[in-house]
Design a protein around this ligand. Structure first.
Ligand SMILES: Nc1ncnc2c1ncn2[C@@H]1O[C@H](COP(=O)(O)OP(=O)(O)OP(=O)(O)O)[C@@H](O)[C@H]1O
Ligand SMILES: [Mg+2]
Length: 344
């Protein structure tokens, strides 16, 4: 059955559910209209995910008017690209089929192929892209540039929302009105990021990228990242100030430390500081958890510097040689300071 767009996006999802305490809503799907067997593909909602206004407005515009064109989200590792798509879809009730690209991925991996059934007969099994086409899912490709450009060229017609023709079976599948394609990548696509060290990536064809809406997702802005840190720091006993004051200060310092390292990684500091690894949002959250664990461990109770270095090593710097690790740890130490002394 053919459905038109206005019938498909038939639910108002409040901005409040995206963390914005203001009137307004975005369009999504009514859960009861999603076939029961697809509901398990709707990502689990993480209430602590922090949306930023710009990204949300691009995503919602694309979702509402960009049907038939794919979306390309680029940004550094751990900046929240994949989780952004999943968390958006969790709120608008969109089922998601995800894959991660790789060098040997080919069209058959996407479209499907013959498999031997239990009764030894041959049967065509849909690949992930075919399933998304047939059932109306968001097809999420992570690390797009890990696959060679000719793969995406070979599905150019699908990037335009054309019907999918399966030569093996002769079947033609028109995209379900809910079908969407989103790809994420660390590279911008056409030009390399400064200081980019991603390996095994392929430059992509401009004709392929031409078909996409583009969204850049750098590490979060200060306010958003601090509020994420605040919202996810577990309550603990502190001395000399209230827990809320301490948590705010701790979160601000963590963010400043991350910022310092990020700038040093991109060689953008005035003092010429250099970092060989950077603190993504993913690493920052891990470091915070490890730091709290170290601060509270009896062995490091009065050794805040040792506690910080141990947490940083496990979170990030043990993949660097000694001098590189020390450089990052020192930058972090400059911002974190003695905040740990308040922990009871
Ligand atoms: N805005 C955010 N709100 C809450 N958590 C976030 C946010 N951004 C990132 N994170 C945290 O960082 C982790 C990494 O995010 P994610 O996997 O989405 O990054 P990515 O940009 O896809 O990274 P990669 O390029 O390495 O695939 C998430 O699991 C989540 O814990
Ligand atoms: Mg990702």
């Amino acid at each position: 059955m053919e459905l038109c767009m206005s019938q498909v996006l038939n639910e108002f999802v409040s901005l409040e559910s995206f963390g914005f305490m203001q009137d307004g809503s975005l369009l999504g799907y009514r859960l009861k209209d999603i076939e029961p067997e697809l509901r398990c593909l709707i990502p689990r909602l993480d209430p602590s995910y922090v949306f930023e206004k710009d990204a949300l407005s691009i995503m919602s515009a694309w979702f509402e008017i960009g049907s038939g064109e794919p979306l390309f989200i680029s940004g550094p590792h751990g900046s929240g690209k994949t989780s952004f798509v999943n968390q958006y879809c969790a709120r608008v009730n969109a089922p998601v089929i995800s894959i991660t690209a790789r060098a040997r991925l080919d069209r058959t991996d996407l479209i499907g192929g013959y498999v031997i059934d239990k009764d030894k007969s041959m049967r065509f099994a849909d690949g992930p892209l075919t399933r998304a086409w047939r059932h109306g899912c968001v097809f999420l490709v992570n690390e797009m540039s890990a696959a060679p450009p000719d793969l995406w060229l070979s599905v150019n017609e699908l990037l335009e929302g054309s019907p999918l023709y399966i030569p093996e079976t002769g079947e033609v599948i028109h995209p379900h009105p809910r079908t969407r394609i989103v790809m994420t990548d660390n590279l911008r696509g056409l030009t390399e990021d400064y200081g980019s060290r991603y390996v095994g990536r392929f430059s992509q064809d401009p004709a392929v990228l031409d078909r996409f809406w583009k969204m850049r997702m750098d590490y979060m802005g200060e306010e958003a990242e601090v509020s994420l840190l605040e919202a996810t720091t577990p309550e603990l006993e502190v001395r000399g100030m209230s827990f809320e004051e301490w948590r705010k200060e701790f979160s601000v310092r963590l963010r400043r430390a991350a910022d310092r390292v990020r700038q040093a990684y991109c060689r953008q500091t005035e003092d010429g500081a250099v970092a060989e690894a950077t603190i993504s949002t993913r690493v920052l959250l891990r470091f915070r958890d490890l730091l709290l664990l170290s601060y509270r461990s009896p062995a490091m109770k009065n050794e805040p510097r040792a506690a910080l270095r141990r947490a940083m090593k496990i979170a990030l710097t043990d993949c660097l040689e000694e001098a590189g690790a020390l450089a990052v740890e020192k930058l972090v130490e400059l911002e974190i300071g003695d905040i740990g002394k308040h922990i009871a």
